[in-house]
Design a protein around this ligand. Structure first.
Ligand code: GAL
Length: 651
């Protein structure tokens, strides 16, 4: 991106307004420092008004008006919401839910990603737009579809079932290989032909776990194919224009490691709950993910709410200052754009109560004043465009197969995968450390600390990759429910973890013993002695330390794990520097002491920051963000910095 300014603006839906409003929009955009809008995301029905009948007049006019106003356009391919005439002519493009319900027209994303008809119409529209606007001076980027998989992550129609069978044939070659991978000797699930396989629709009881996982993998790939079909047209017609689509943070249905390879720059839509005190930490984690997906390159915050959303049970507005603070957080953690949903708050439709940069009440409002102020501030930060964040020395393993498998039914305890990641991310975030997310087979040589929480599904290559960390002087931290299954979801026998990690960690696991939640209480109640002394939650297991020192033990009178190891560490062998392999068999409430010990072993000096304070470094600037309400005093590079409540200092 030959970018001069931090992108600032948002989704712009001029078609919802009389054209008389457009001139005022452009004027207000200029006043607010808006330099980019995302246009035409849901405009298909007003662009192709009947089969192959086009009305581009309005889009021509607004493209020109925006250009004259000095505002660039991230132009959507408009394929996210097929129009009524198309659905009526081809009802087979409608998606079908697992229970067989056909999802009707009348909201958005009413298409099945495997539908050849949908793809044909979508790529024709894409071509029309590319031919018409490819050399328009306002065009900055293509925005393909919108939030792929957001509403229809899996489709169970006959067409998808056929595509799934094709996907399985390509993956397995023979039905015997499928039988082997899926473990179909269990419950008489053996297949004699690919034709007999269906998506895991509503079943009498637990469906085959590998069938489920394969359907998840297939569904992510089907959406990706849909995206790539449009990308192919754009590359052909407008080879020089960058292409993206908006991701959704930690979004389980779509494997962003695969998708990130197919976008020219990574974008994210992030809507942390303003009312949740945990949101700043969660948002920081999403920003770190986006930076990591792009291999460290700047990314764009493509959507956030200027204030409240409309899709929670109760929708808190952003209190004064939070919009700015969370926007600066994105910049601090690598964003080159701060975009909102949406420019002008809708007067009709399902999102009329979702905030906009121009609220219902107009411009003499708190929201618009904050919008204007941020526009000016972002302009002053233009020097950061293109700059990188301080390199992270800590990596957190993130794996979509592990996420999906961990959260399947019929497992020892239901665990929330993202919560496992967040626990560790937060331990480092609270010390001002940036964390990179990595897939399990990534090159880990840049990291001094590699943490793998609940990396449930690991290939042999991944196990070897992780096991090699201590030998080259790094700290490997493995937390429970890692290395339990291979990529076909077959158990790694002989004490879990796989031989490579058992060896590296010097431990094996005999039995799982997770506490249950009974009337809001953990039973048994777990506590830890030693490092991380205090209560523990979520998980316990009977762990044997064979070649590892025991750093903490369970205290749970009467329970299986009482007196057993809970946290262990195997120092790497002689000549291997100061490497270490830590195993953590529970979720200690006091993770700070453990994190401190790990960081100390890695030679990383990062003291705990005052509660609510975040420090991030990018392009030679240090962002000190105070998410707390009270003023905080922080030592940054030897100097004391005082930051008022819900405010930021950039030094
Ligand atoms: C996003 C979507 C936008 C808008 C927004 C509301 O998921 O891309 O179109 O619906 O949510 O928060």
């Amino acid at each position: 991106m030959a970018q001069q300014q931090i992108w600032y603006g948002g989704d712009y839906n001029p078609e919802q307004w009389p054209q008389a409003v457009w001139a005022e929009d452009v004027q207000l955009m200029q006043r607010a420092g808006v330099n980019m809008v995302t246009l035409a995301v849901f405009s298909w029905g007003l662009l192709e008004v009947a089969d192959d009948q086009w009305d581009f007049g309005w889009l021509d006019r607004i493209m020109d008006q925006l250009h004259q106003g000095g505002i660039k356009v991230d132009l959507a391919t408009a394929t996210a919401a097929p129009p009524a005439w198309l659905v009526r002519a081809h009802p087979e493009i409608l998606p079908v839910a697992a229970d067989g319900t056909r999802l009707e027209f009348g909201s958005r994303q009413s298409y099945n990603p495997s539908s050849a008809t949908y793809r044909a119409y979508a790529t024709r529209l894409t071509r029309k737009l590319a031919e018409r606007y490819g050399s328009h001076p306002a065009l900055a980027a293509w925005h393909v579809g919108n939030e792929f998989g957001c509403h229809v992550a899996r489709d169970y129609s006959a067409e998808s079932a056929a595509a799934f069978r094709g996907w399985l044939e390509r993956r397995y070659g023979t039905v015997e290989a499928l039988n082997q991978a899926w473990g179909t000797a269990f419950w008489s699930q053996h297949y004699t032909a690919f034709d007999h396989v269906e998506p895991p629709r509503a079943t009498p009881t637990f469906p085959n776990p590998t069938q489920l996982l394969d359907f998840d993998r297939f569904s992510s790939d089907a959406l990706l194919e849909c995206y790539l079909a449009e990308v192919a047209v754009l590359r052909e017609v407008t080879p020089g224009v960058p292409i993206t689509t908006n991701f959704m943070g930690f979004f389980k249905p779509v494997d962003y490691w695969r998708w990130a390879q197919e976008v020219d720059f990574v974008c994210d839509d992030a809507y942390p709950d303003p009312a949740d005190p945990a949101s700043p930490g969660l948002a920081a984690m999403m920003r770190d993910l986006m930076r990591s997906l792009g291999g460290g390159k700047p990314w764009i915050l493509m959507e956030q709410a200027p204030s409240a959303v409309n899709w929670r049970e109760r929708n808190a507005p952003k209190p004064a200052g939070q919009y700015r603070l969370w926007s600066l957080q994105a910049v601090a953690r690598g964003a080159d754009g701060v975009m909102q949903f949406q420019w002008r708050q809708s007067a009709a439709g399902a999102e009329k109560f979702h905030s906009g940069m121009v609220p219902h009440a107009g411009t003499e409002t708190r929201v618009f004043r904050e919008v204007e102020a941020l526009g000016a501030e972002l302009k002053s930060l233009a020097g950061l465009v293109g700059s990188l964040c301080e390199p992270s020395r800590v990596a957190l393993v993130l794996d979509w197969d592990s996420w999906r498998a961990l959260e399947q039914a019929a497992v020892p305890a239901s665990l929330d995968y993202v919560a496992q990641l967040q626990r560790w991310h937060s331990a480092f975030w609270r010390r001002g450390l940036g964390v990179d997310f990595v897939p399990p087979e990534a090159d880990l040589s840049a990291y001094d600390v590699v943490v793998a929480p609940a990396a449930h599904v690991l290939s042999q290559a991944a196990r070897q990759n992780l096991a090699a960390v201590p030998g080259r002087g790094g700290q490997l931290v493995v937390a429970y429910q890692t290395g339990v299954l291979d990529p076909d979801l077959h158990v790694l026998l002989g004490g879990y973890l796989g031989a490579e990690l058992r060896e590296a960690l010097g431990v094996w696991v005999e039995e799982f013993a997770p506490p249950a939640l009974v009337a809001g209480q953990w039973v048994p109640e777990l506590a830890l002695d030693g490092l991380a002394a205090g209560p523990a939650t979520d998980w316990a297991e009977v762990l044997h330390a064979v070649e590892a020192e025991v750093l903490a033990t369970f205290r749970a009178p009467g329970a299986l794990v009482d007196g057993q190891p809970a946290i262990t560490r195997r120092p790497a062998g002689p000549g291997a520097g100061a490497g270490g392999a830590w195993y953590v068999a529970t979720a200690p409430a006091a993770l700070d002491a453990l994190a401190a010990a790990i960081l100390e072993a890695a030679g990383i000096a990062a003291p705990l920051l005052p509660a609510g304070v975040e420090v991030a470094r990018r392009g030679g600037r240090t962002f000190v963000l105070n998410h707390a309400l009270e003023e905080q005093r922080v030592a940054v590079d030897g100097a004391a910095v005082v930051v008022p409540g819900r405010d930021a200092a950039i030094i």
